[in-house]
Design a protein around this ligand. Structure first.
Ligand code: NAP
Length: 367
């Protein structure tokens, strides 16, 4: 790889999300993977020995002999992507931020902090302005930027243009979430085969109480004013390997027609697509008109960057709310590693790593 690229590392590189990072960073036009980190059970071992590679295709050959490092500052990179369990991520990610690293986190620890951006780059790029506040408040040399929960990402992506045009009042959502959302080895096969588990710890609270409202909130120059709508969520684990399917009902301040709903999705052209960020799919939202779609196995990789779009379908009137529809999205790609990667691309493009990095990224992208 070219030495000119921006050096990045992965914390939790042996896990479900960590492996996705490793996979998605191969051949990235701006980023060079220079550090693989995991727990002290794995540090010091070869990546091939410590990591049970669970993704389609083989572990990248040139990484097999790379020695895993501890999740401690000192690793040779500017950005660290976090794929750590929530119960261990907080002190580790804070230590990296304090030491000057840019931390793109997947854990839920800091998602609701008033000075930490919770990001879906298509939805709320202006929230990155919180970074200045964060650095001032905490005295860190670096900073933390978070991703939402994997179901929230796709819920909010589908709702964003609707909220912009019609104003959300009430949302009711039933999730059917893939087993990979629980990490590896995750849910036992004896629990999930021939079954649905109608409980995912903490998931409904994340979707109902804060994440959608913060993401769709307005930055007023000093803080985020949370959007004022209510969400009711039922979260279920289903025997699907990858891809969360969401059945959504919504009521609006101004009731749209079916044509207005479809046009809001069709004409959606947010910032990452306008900027042509490397991991931004040409269309962030894809409406599938077939009456039995989207389906996880068939549609989770749809779009120009596989796994990065949200696929919507089955828009129809709702006898309780205004409209109901389905949304599907990949949980470890857009819902985790890919979401973080797009956050990092937006940070680079908007100059948060300095003007030189932004210029370099532009040169590398269009070289
Ligand atoms: P996972 O498969 O269990 O992987 C956890 C990783 O963290 C492994 O690399 C593990 O390394 C490392 N680790 C564990 N304890 C550690 C410690 N004390 N110090 C340093 N490293 C440690 O988990 P995951 O599913 O990838 O989830 C990672 C994070 O992403 C979680 O916060 C999760 O909530 C979030 N998330 C997951 C998804 C998803 O779809 N899976 C989606 C969105 C967000 P060892 O191999 O050495 O143990």
């Amino acid at each position: 790889m070219s030495n000119a690229k921006i050096k990045v590392g992965v914390l939790g590189a042996t896990g479900a999300v960590g492996q996705r990072f490793v996979q998605m960073l191969q051949g990235h036009p701006w980023f060079e993977l220079t550090a693989l980190c995991a727990s002290d059970r794995s540090a010091g071992k070869r990546y091939a020995d410590a990591c049970k590679w669970n993704l389609r295709g083989d572990m990248p050959e040139h990484l097999r002999d790379v020695i895993l490092q501890d999740c401690k500052p000192g690793v040779d990179c500017q950005i660290v992507f976090g794929g750590l369990p929530t119960d261990v991520a907080k002190p580790i990610e804070q230590e990296f931020a304090a030491a000057g690293y840019i931390v793109c986190s997947n854990s839920s620890n800091h998602r609701y902090d008033a000075d930490i951006p919770l990001m879906v780059p298509e939805v709320n790029p202006e929230h990155l302005a919180l970074i200045e506040l964060q650095k001032r408040n905490r005295g860190w040399k670096g900073f933390i930027v978070c991703n939402p929960n994997c179901s929230t990402t796709h819920l909010v992506s589908a709702l964003h243009p609707l909220h912009t045009h019609f104003g959300l009042k009430k949302v009711f959502v039933v999730t059917m979430q893939a087993v990979s959302g629980a990490g590896y080895p995750g849910v036992s096969s004896m629990d999930i085969l021939d079954n649905v588990v109608p409980y995912i710890g903490g998931e409904e609270e994340k979707m109902e109480q804060k994440e959608p409202q913060k993401l769709l909130g307005q930055f007023d120059g000093a803080q985020i004013a949370y959007a004022d709508f209510v969400v009711s969520a039922h979260c279920n684990r289903v025997p699907v390997r990858n891809g969360h399917l969401l059945a959504i009902s919504a009521e609006f301040i101004k009731q749209p027609t079916q044509e207005e709903m479809l046009n809001a999705w069709k004409n959606y052209d947010p910032l990452p697509q306008q900027m042509k960020l490397p991991s931004a799919p040409t269309a962030a939202l894809i409406y599938d008109e077939r009456q039995d779609r989207p389906q996880p196995r068939l549609d989770r990789l749809k779009g120009s960057v596989p796994g990065m779009a949200t696929v919507i379908g089955r828009l129809r009137p709702d006898p309780l709310f205004h409209w109901k529809f389905l949304a599907l999205g990949h949980n470890t790609i857009r819902g985790a590693a890919g979401g973080s990667l797009l956050n990092a691309e937006l940070l680079v493009a908007q100059g948060y790593l300095g003007g030189e990095a932004a210029l370099l990224a532009k040169q590398l992208q269009f070289a």
